[in-house]
Design a protein around this ligand. Structure first.
Ligand code: AMP
Ligand code: MG
Length: 337
């Protein structure tokens, strides 16, 4: 039996009781859009209707723009052109794409290669972005893995180009682009003077300020094996909370679950975790880390998170549902579920 499930929203934003508080005219304005292969929902709390309208538009613009630049299957996107020119020559890219690639390569090094943006060819063999995913042949996987050495990527910041020097290299920014777009959206909100907002891009969550009633935003971390249940509830302010899971994109064959987060060392779905959540100032960094820690597994993942000043907290769930927390994570966990 084969089952393929693509669930893009893995964190349930718990927008509890938007009761207006006495005297305040602040209201909650919400929007949603489908971009980057994900349902994106967002709310801003403000007394200024014009500001709210501009804010919702700015969020939409941020995700639409990053999607158009980084979509691997979007004709003419920067990433498509980089991939078409693999082994041929440098492709000129926009400033956002350059920044994302540079950030990803910095973190590739800082995660000992657990984060790898050259796994596009490996993912394609598994077919995680297709209607018909399947376990690839070993030889094909071995061949694809030969073209995943990120140290060979040539970034020319002056010329604003990215060059993949080997035919067969396939850039995939799927592990970082949503987080980057979330940061852009949050920055746009701040620029507009918005103080209270929540953005949820398929588990890439950013929370600013509070809800309409002045209480903190509460964000549920989905139980990897029960979409109706929560493993934890996080309360935070001015932070990104990003989750990765083996329940977002997977198929099952002969009782085995094959999911979309690849261990670059083997080309196989990373076997140690079922879910990870990282809290950080930057959603791009949290996006990278939630993927990288998933690959590293609970022990090495938590150790890495604790060594990084950029990570405020990490919550890792192993394949049996056991939870491991970094020392910083406690402060964000809500008692109430
Ligand atoms: P996320 O949902 O943020 O954990 O990212 C998963 C996506 O990142 C996958 O759908 C792939 O596009 C890509 N990906 C898979 N494995 C890795 C990895 N080890 N490092 C970086 N990106 C990856
Ligand atoms: Mg990620």
């Amino acid at each position: 039996m084969r089952k393929y499930v693509g669930v893009s929203v893995l964190i349930l934003a718990l927008c509890l009781a938007f009761a207006s508080c006495g005297g305040s005219k602040a209201k909650t304005y919400s929007g949603e859009l489908f971009a980057m292969d994900t349902y994106i929902t967002y709310s801003v709390v403000t007394a200024d209707e014009a500001q709210a309208e501009a804010a919702l538009e700015a969020v939409e613009e941020a995700f639409t723009r990053v999607d158009a630049l980084t979509g691997r299957f979007t004709a003419g996107s920067d990433v498509s052109r980089i991939n078409e020119n693999a082994g041929v020559g440098p492709a000129e890219v926009g400033a956002d794409t350059l920044t994302i690639v540079e950030l990803a390569l910095e973190w590739a090094a800082r995660t000992d290669g657990a984060f790898n943006i050259l796994l596009g060819g490996v993912s394609d063999l598994w077919g995680f972005n297709s209607e018909d995913p399947a376990v690839p042949a070993e030889e094909a996987l071995a061949e694809a893995l030969l073209h995943t050495d990120q140290s060979k990527i040539v970034v020319d910041a002056g010329a604003s180009t990215v060059f993949l020097p080997e035919a067969g290299m396939v850039l995939d920014l799927g592990g970082v682009a949503k987080g980057y777009a979330t940061d852009l959206a949050a920055a746009a909100l701040r620029e507009l003077g918005v103080e209270n907002a929540l953005i949820n891009a398929g588990g890439n969550v950013y929370v600013m300020g509070t809800k309409e009633d002045g209480s903190p935003w509460r964000v549920g971390v989905q139980d990897p094996r029960d979409s109706q249940a929560l493993t934890a509830v996080i309360e935070a302010e001015g932070k990104a909370l990003v989750s990765s899971g083996d329940y977002q994109r997977y198929f099952e064959m002969d009782g085995v679950r094959y999911h979309h987060i690849i261990d670059p060392a083997t080309g196989q779905p990373a076997p140690l975790c079922s879910g990870t959540t990282v809290v950080a100032d930057s959603a791009a960094v949290a996006d990278i880390l939630s993927t990288a820690l998933f690959v590293k597994g609970p022990e090495a993942g938590v150790a890495l998170a604790e060594s990084l000043p950029e990570a405020d907290g990490a919550l890792l769930i192993d394949r049996d549902g056991r939870i491991t927390l970094s020392t910083g994570m406690d402060q964000f966990l809500s008692e109430k579920q």
